[in-house]
Design a protein around this ligand. Structure first.
Ligand code: MN
Length: 279
């Protein structure tokens, strides 16, 4: 459909350029006082504006988009460096979004969170790129510059669930770091703190590639609702930490916005559904 429309638009522009040349040629010597050079220039100018119009027209309207960060690229330093944030947000995330839009033929009529449950059934394009979009949107939103992050804290509800599920915040972090180690999530993937389906307990799980626990079939026979997630793909840390994934994970705690994680927790417990994301 879009391709067809583009073709028509292109034909119209190029058609009018051709018609212009033809009319000028027909209109006597070189027409309306223009010489051959001027006709060529004028034709090229029409073609140029056609090309500009085509390039500047968004290829797909009403499509998924990469949500803006609510902080600057360098704001998470020293935990995550500015260059990594720039490439990760502007290139990696943008690529997932572009490929998702292709796979969905430009339709964003379903909120991204609603594509998760049946992502495995929907096939690899939705699973990988839809997951990539949801996971990254989730990741940016749960982080804050260290000064701000320091002033945030888990809500009463979240603190209660952490105690009930792990005993303490320290034990939860320890288990999370263990799950984030290369031995547990081998290669690329994510680590999550989730509210279980019953909404009464937290669990820590790892998922490969761009899978997440909202996708049916990823975690045993159930779905879980992520409230905190960490990207452990090499692209998330390699520029600064190279092979030192463990160091990346332990520094990352300094940019976790616990107010946001608490809000995610509240949503998950009350709605029994994945937290909606912008974009
Ligand atoms: Mn990533």
């Amino acid at each position: 459909m879009l391709t067809a429309m583009k073709f028509i638009t292109t034909s119209l522009f190029f058609g009018s350029a051709a018609a212009f040349s033809l009319d000028m040629m027909k209109a006597g010597e070189y027409g309306a006082g223009l010489n051959r050079r001027e006709i060529v220039d004028k034709t090229l100018a029409i073609l140029g504006s056609a090309a500009t119009a085509i390039i500047s027209t968004p290829a797909i309207s009403n499509a998924y988009s990469v949500p803006d960060l609510t902080y600057n690229y360098e704001a998470l330093e020293p935990s995550i460096d500015s260059k990594t944030m720039t490439i990760h947000h502007d290139k990696h995330h943008a690529t997932y979004v572009a490929n998702l839009n292709k796979a969905r033929d430009g339709k964003s009529d379903v909120p991204i969170v609603d594509l998760m449950a049946d992502a495995l059934e929907a096939g690899p394009a939705i699973r990988n790129n839809g997951g990539g979009h949801y996971n990254h949107a989730f990741f940016w939103a749960e982080m804050a510059p260290p000064d701000k992050a320091k002033s945030t804290k888990p809500s009463k509800q979240l603190t209660g669930l952490i105690k009930k599920s792990f005993g303490s915040m320290d034990v939860m972090k320890e288990k999370f770091e263990k799950q984030a180690a290369p031995g547990a999530v081998f290669g690329s993937g994510w680590v999550w703190v989730c509210v279980n389906r019953a909404g009464n307990k937290l669990e820590i799980v790892g998922t490969p590639n761009q899978d997440n626990p909202l996708m049916k079939g990823v975690i045993k026979d159930q779905i879980m609702i992520p409230i905190l997630g960490l990207d452990v793909w090499e692209h998330a840390y390699y520029l600064k930490y190279q092979n030192r994934r463990t160091e990346y994970v332990s520094n990352w705690w300094n940019v976790v916005d616990w107010d946001k994680v608490s809000a995610n927790c509240k949503y998950a417990v009350e709605k029994h559904a994945g937290v909606p994301m912008q974009g």
